[in-house]
Ligand binder design. Structure first.
Ligand code: ATP
Length: 434
């Protein structure tokens, strides 16, 4: 794939729609701006990515999991600074009435190009609601704009119940909500999205080392999901960009078809979050270190990535077009461990002799793999569909199978075909899909 551009992104989105990855929310009513539904293959791919992240984080002795609630005490957002400072500069175009986020390099209306735009005013991105039947100031609650605060307020609960000693981390996957002024590029910037965040608690002295450690871990994981080295870029925040409390911050950026954008954030947040919650709640959040026989507020190294952005990055990275026999072949070169379908079982025809063999094979394969059975349409069209959804292998059963008990395995990227005995398919997949 030579050029990555808007046109390319439209093609990816149309594959997503046609093949059941992403649908606009409430589409029959005209859709709801910035809200998206994950179709059957989309949810499987996203779940696979979340599982990879979760296992990567929690299948180790020094990181554990948490699932905190979306609604939190309103004081949480005072302490975190979100009530006061979680704002974006909003501007209106006086000519075409378009409303947009005024970024530092926006000089004119992004819709019509007019320079006749209003001065920016700050707009808080948190969604507000009321808890209980009465809509009054005292019952205001917010939909969390990030999952991290649920981790900070549970820091001591987790540490004490699990008897952790520092350093250790808490990982969480969950929905977050931001009333973004200009949602864009489908799930890249949505108003409802999912975050995968890990907060690693360490001593101040250990914080630089752990920052470097997690930076390298995250890079490795993104590569293992199929993102290419050349598509990932690490951007260190300058002094001016750095939040006043942060000791260090880096964005991991990805080359999306419309430009280089943040995919994941890494922060050394110092002791800011715990100290603010300690101050606002009046409860001590210090950790008692048995070795040093003293209490202190740990530093926090944060890794934060959107599951939806990762989903999109993986799709953009995997999408490929090739010319085969004068026709364009579209395929998703997904890594086999995250592919929503890993093996498709295809009878060459709908004759009962073939379909009954296929159905049995399909139900056996389902025990170990994400398998699909597809009997409708020409074999060429079925291969094309499997290529487009990123299925690494297809197993085709034809009339010869009834004679020799062998099937044809077709590999997605090379389109190479190989005939193997039916009973060795599982072993073949074990060797090739891990
Ligand atoms: P951006 O500058 O792109 O708005 P951010 O710096 O506000 O992102 P963070 O607050 O650091 O983002 O959130 C951590 C991660 O959550 C981001 O790197 C991104 O992957 C994801 N994320 C943030 N906002 C959204 C959104 N509106 N839609 C989808 N994912 C998001």
């Amino acid at each position: 794939m030579s050029s990555k551009d808007q046109n390319l992104f439209s093609k990816i989105l149309s594959v997503c729609k046609a093949r059941g990855f992403l649908f606009p929310s409430s589409e029959i009513y005209g859709g709801l701006n910035s809200c998206w539904d994950y179709g059957p293959l989309g949810v499987q791919l996203k779940n696979n990515l979340k599982k990879q992240w979760w296992d990567n984080m929690t299948k180790r002795s020094d990181v554990t999991g948490l699932d905190s609630s979306i609604f939190m005490h309103p004081k949480v957002w005072e302490a975190s600074g979100h009530l006061e400072g979680f704002t974006d500069p909003l501007s209106d175009c006086k000519d075409c009435k378009h409303r947009f986020r005024l970024d530092k390099d926006t000089k004119a209306c992004p819709q019509c190009g007019s320079k006749n735009i209003t001065k920016s005013r700050n707009f808080n991105l948190m969604f507000k609601s009321f808890m209980g039947p009465v809509e009054e100031e005292s019952s205001v609650v917010y939909l969390r704009p990030e999952t991290a605060q649920g981790i900070y307020v549970n820091f001591l609960n987790v540490q004490q119940s699990m008897r952790y000693i520092i350093p250790f981390g808490i990982a969480q996957i969950g929905k977050a909500f931001r009333n973004e002024i200009t949602p864009s590029h489908s799930v890249f910037r949505a108003r409802e999205f999912e975050q995968m965040e890990m907060q690693f608690f360490t001593s101040e002295q250990g914080s630089e080392k752990w920052f470097e450690y997690w930076r390298s871990e995250r890079r490795q994981q993104l590569l293992s999901l199929g993102l290419k080295e050349t598509e990932l870029h690490f951007k260190t925040h300058s002094k001016e960009e750095l939040a006043h409390y942060a000791k260090k911050a880096e964005d991991i950026e990805f080359d999306f078809p419309w430009g280089r954008r943040e995919l994941e954030g890494l922060h050394n947040r110092g002791a800011f979050d715990l100290s603010r919650h300690q101050q606002f709640s009046g409860k001590k959040l210090q950790y008692f270190c048995p070795e040093q026989n003293k209490s202190y507020l740990p530093y926090v190294i944060e890794t934060s990535i959107g599951a939806d952005r990762l989903f999109l990055a993986v799709l953009c990275s995997a999408y490929t077009e090739e010319t085969v026999k004068n026709e364009t072949r579209k395929l998703l070169k997904l890594k086999s461990h995250i592919a929503p379908v890993q093996i498709a079982v295809l009878p060459l025809s709908k004759k009962p002799a073939l379909t009954s063999l296929c159905e049995k094979l399909y139900s056996d394969l389902q025990k170990n793999w994400f398998a699909e059975y597809d009997a409708s349409g020409s074999i060429g069209k079925r291969y094309r569909r499997q290529d487009e959804i990123g299925t690494p292998f297809c197993a085709t059963i034809d009339f010869e199978t009834c004679e020799d008990n062998k099937l044809t395995v077709r590999e997605r990227d090379s389109m190479r075909q190989e005939r193997i005995p039916i009973e060795s398919l599982n072993a073949f997949l074990k060797d090739n899909l891990s």
